[in-house]
Design a protein around this ligand. Sequence first.
Ligand SMILES: [Zn+2]
Length: 447
Amino acid sequence: MSAPPQPMALPFSWADQERHLVGHLSALIRLDTSNPPGREIAVARYVSRELSRSGIAHSVLESEPGRANLVARLPGSGREPPLMPLGHADVVGARPEAWSRPPFSGEVAEGRVWGRGALDMKGQIAASLLIVQLLAGHRIPLRRDVPLVVTADEEAGSRLGAYWLWENHRRLVEAEFAFNEGGGQRFVTPGGPVYTVQVAEKGSARMRVTARGPGGHASVPRSEASVFTLAEALLRLRAYAPGTVVHPTARRMLRTLADLHPGAATEAIERLLEADWARANSLPIDPVLRDFVVAGLHNTAVPTMLSAGQRQNVVPVEASAVLDGRLLPGELPDRWAQEVQRAVGDQVEVSLLHGRVSHRVHDEPEILRVLGATVAAHEPGARVLPYINPAATDARAFPDTKVIGFFPSASGADIMRLIHAPDEHTRISDLMFGGQCLLDAVLRLST
Ligand SMILES: [Zn+2]
């Protein structure tokens, strides 16, 4: 057996960085960047001041007034292409009455930092900022540039942030790798702890299902009314099991899970590998992990909005539902819309409103080996679990970059469920652990 991986040597004490890391996060939370309206310039200015203090070159780039992105560059020898720590500065809104502390207080209490963005994702921005400050301050030689990129507008589709940077300042944001949100959740399995690593994320296909039928006075019942037809179509969708072949990345994830779950779970996973995923919902593993796994196995179409009728006593001639569809890498939006049409039947019409294919998958063994060594160095026996994120991040805007979701947190689902929810906060121990792992991974790839 080879020796267990060791943490990368540092010319400073990581424990001493706690007050800086907590200070950055607390300050960033106090800058309300709820999107809309965003106002990410406040975060860009904070990061800019900190970078100036460390003598790091950077620019603040506004896509619209107040909607600022920041790109900093820590120069390396250029022997290898850049590694980009990436984070979005905007947050989703917060209704203060639902919170037990003000959502933008950045309060430090009970060993935690409280406020909107603590998890999604000002904690990772705070860590990325501190990391470039430490690399610069200790003059650590790098074999690649490390451009820190802080974006606007991720929560509303990335148009004024990551997409805008890619379209208008491509040279500044070209990189081989990026470390972004979307990974690092810890699960305990019989075979030891695992940390998720996002290596791909799904594309999207928004659709509308429309049913039509006779209108008229609501005093006369009609079984062919549009609302009934729509309801039947949606029930057919609920029962539908798409016949997707298991994607190679999902296959690798399932193999790792089988290793970690000897016994009944292994057999259930073997069946999944044969694309018999109809029983995936009863897979005997951690239920939160199971939801992730199942969502990464097939395309989805989830009804999110309904519309029908103008008056209480009139049968509407038309009823429709919006479906939020998510696509595995390699799947095409219009093909999925056609499959959904077949699933719901020809009594209704499915139209594609908006589609976006998923980018390439980046689960090369080398990057997974580096990240696996990183987590094992900081938690003996821990492994990484590459997965396809069912949701989207800024990764969607960088087609040529291996955008990896990686910010390990020792807390599990109990903390992660606070993302976009009231009382969002992070444990300081998680923040320190995530920052330490991120720094370690940057050093492994860049020194
Ligand atoms: Zn986020």
